[in-house]
Design a protein around this ligand. Structure first.
Ligand code: TSJ
Length: 658
């Protein structure tokens, strides 16, 4: 893999001024994430040196004085003079924006394509940076302040070491929130890098606390799969499929092991960058996996001629896989750049997987049989679910006007004006029934707890009484018999508490609609109700009035505005008072759930078409909910719990920690 890489290959683009002006553009944020991104920008270079086969150790040291040092034992950044900049390559790499191995085609054969470009950014955002390169028996030393060279490169001594050492101090005028590095972040980052780069020793030292940890996984991604399946029953004994092959100028590395759960755990990477949205490597992998398993099953009489092929969904269940491809010019696609686009990779992965996984199954018949059996079981469950679904339909069809008993229907027969409120919990449903406009508003109570079967399959929901009621109430049927013309309400409104449970139930309902009746969402019939979070109370007794407020921001704005108005009117404000009192209110109320409002309040704030806010759900929202739901179905209970807690309010999958 070694290729001539010298100073002339580094392209020179621009100076560092823009980085300090707009740090967010280069490192995403100047908060916690941005701060730790600095470590990644520097350490990724050392990891690249290890991927290229020249370094075996990478160490991150969190220093007592607030700095961070990253060391490797690679070849050392070259110190020869760069013809364009007339500076040493070392200085060029650290002071010129975009100078790095990525450009010019040479350089690191296999790097993320995202790595190696940010070292000058880190320099620009550090009050001080010290770089030492150990090469040819010499210590080369250079220093910078806010990206500017303050001690030119010089040889300061002799050494028998080789490698690179970079120390930097994040600038507190840039990182205003915090400049304190988080040990656990470094541990997590290095553990992953160690999994992905077989044979590197990744170490973190924390001088501030004396803590220290090292990671070394001889098995690389094979060890990663072992960890993914930790605590689970694995199929057919403990062996893990592993292959690493070079094709053309790329490397494909795959590790696979099945466990007995229903969930799939897939970690696809391109040049050590996680690609949660998959892409060509994942498509190639799935195509090959499905073909190999079906071929094996037929060849060994586990699938008969008359049997249908096992589907991708059947084969997914219990799969734990890490796919790592390394390629010279990765194309990251999609809005979040989370998807690998290079079309040639699809064929590479398919080829490697087809060939080596079929050998593997031949050589491990116990594992092969267990996998086929499990997928067959999944297929049977899928068919049973379809039958159950058809059953519901048939009943539904025969039932005709037999609506679910829990439904409090509306009287209007003009369905374009009819609204169905799906309400979480019986007490809220009680208030909703009492407060509603019964001409156009129907209420269907859903028991959240019943729906909350975290690990159940959505398929099984056909047998779930709550969802059967919903399907009947909607009147559209489901599956093959789905017909949107049957829709009995033109607005379907989810009314749930503004808390974690409520968000979870909304996610589940959205997922159900997304998978089984996306047309209803696409036609714009699905809405989320928006109950108020606060009430501001004025006056008492018969004079009592409440102003409803729907979020924290609006609360602050309202109070600030009222205080300004009162000041302008000459009213004396007592700054010792609570904000609501300063603003002239007698009390402030916080609504924790729908159940805290009485029927009249619920009507006035959330249901009355004249006052309420409804949020229309679009298909992208529902798709996100589906992705979240899939994560929630996963097996890692703790992850799931954290995830629900941290994400319930925002419905955003982006930086899910893996
Ligand atoms: F970029 C950096 F400053 F952030 C940084 C680079 C930080 C750290 C901790 C390590 C490194 C780094 C770079 N370690 N090893 C290298 N290797 C090279 O730059 C290098 C050395 C020799 C040759 C060659 O062709 O002889 C090529 C390269 C890219």
């Amino acid at each position: 893999m070694a290729e001539e890489y010298n100073a002339s290959e580094i392209q020179v683009l621009e100076g560092l001024e823009p980085v300090r002006k707009r740090p967010g553009m280069y490192i995403g944020s100047t908060g916690y994430d941005g701060l730790h991104h600095l470590i990644k920008e520097i350490a990724d270079n050392a990891i690249d040196e290890a991927i290229a086969g020249y370094a075996t150790g990478v160490t991150v040291t969190l220093l007592n004085d607030g700095g961070c040092r990253v060391d490797d034992n690679g070849r050392g950044i070259p110190v020869d003079i760069h013809p364009k900049t007339k500076l040493s390559t070392l200085e060029t790499v650290l002071t010129v924006l975009h100078a790095g191995g990525k450009f010019g085609g040479g350089g690191y054969k296999v790097s993320s394509g995202l790595h190696g470009v940010g070292s000058s950014v880190v320099n620009a955002l550090s009050t001080r940076m010290i770089a030492e390169v150990y090469r040819d028996g010499k210590i080369n030393h250079i220093e910078f302040e806010t990206g500017k060279t303050v001690k030119p490169i010089e040889v300061t001594g002799k050494t028998d070491k080789v490698g690179t050492s970079i120390t930097f101090y994040p600038d507190p005028t840039i990182f205003k929130e915090t400049t304190t590095f988080d040990y656990d972040w470094v541990v997590n980052y290095l553990r992953h890098q160690a999994y992905l780069t077989k044979g590197i020793l990744a170490t973190v030292h924390d001088e501030r606390t004396g803590k220290s940890e090292s990671f070394y996984f001889e098995g690389g991604i094979k060890s990663y799969v072992r960890r993914l399946n930790e605590g689970k029953e694995v199929l057919g004994g403990g062996d893990i499929f592993y292959v690493e092959k070079q094709i053309e100028d790329s490397v494909v590395e795959i590790a696979v092991q099945y466990n007995d759960s229903l969930a799939e755990t897939m970690r696809p990477f391109a040049n050590n960058v996680l690609t949660p949205d998959g892409g060509m490597h994942v498509i190639g992998f799935r195509t090959a996996l499905n073909r190999v398993i079906n071929d094996y099953a037929r060849k060994n009489g586990l699938l008969k001629e008359k049997d249908e092929n096992l589907t991708g969904d059947d084969i997914k269940e219990g799969l734990a896989a890490v796919i790592l491809v390394k390629l010279p010019d990765p194309q990251f696609e999609g809005q979040t750049k989370n998807k690998l686009g290079n079309p040639e990779v699809r064929g590479y992965v398919d080829k490697v997987m087809s060939e080596y996984f079929s050998y593997y199954l031949e050589e491990h018949p116990d594992i092969a049989k267990a996998i086929v059996q499990k997928a067959t079981l999944a297929a049977r469950a899928r068919k049973a679910a379809r039958a159950a679904r058809d059953n519901v339909l048939r009943k539904n069809a025969f039932d005709g006007l037999n609506l679910p008993s829990k439904l409090a229907d509306c009287s209007s027969r003009d369905r374009t004006e009819c609204e169905l409120f799906i309400v979480e919990g019986n007490s809220a449903a009680g208030s909703a029934k009492e407060g509603r406009d019964s001409k156009i508003q129907a209420i269907l109570p859903l028991r959240g707890k019943v729906l909350n079967t975290e690990r159940a399959r959505l398929d099984k929901m056909y047998a779930n009484a709550e969802l059967v009621s919903l399907i009947k109430a909607l009147g559209v049927g489901i599956g093959d018999a789905f017909n949107i013309d049957g829709l009995r309400y033109y607005k379907i409104v989810f009314m749930t508490d503004a808390d974690v449970d409520g968000a979870h139930i909304s996610t589940l309902l959205l997922t159900f609609f997304f998978r089984y009746m996306p047309e209803v969402i696409k036609a714009g019939h699905v809405y989320l109700a928006k109950p108020p979070l606060f009430g501001l109370i004025k006056g008492t007794g018969s004079q009592r009035k409440i102003e409803y407020i729907y979020n924290e921001e609006a609360l602050e704005q309202t109070l600030t505005k009222r205080i300004e108005e009162r000041k302008a009117a000459g009213t004396k404000i007592n700054p010792e008072d609570e904000r609501f009192k300063q603003a002239g209110y007698t009390a402030q109320q916080r609504f924790k759930g729908l159940g805290e409002m009485d029927a009249a309040q619920l009507w006035e704030t959330t249901m009355n078409p004249k006052n309420r806010t409804l949020i229309r759900v679009n298909i992208e929202d529902a798709e996100k909910a589906d992705a979240i739901f899939t994560k929630l179905m996963g097996n890692e209970a703790e992850l799931r719990k954290n995830f629900i807690q941290s994400r319930a309010a925002t419905v955003d999958l982006d930086d899910l920690d893996f």
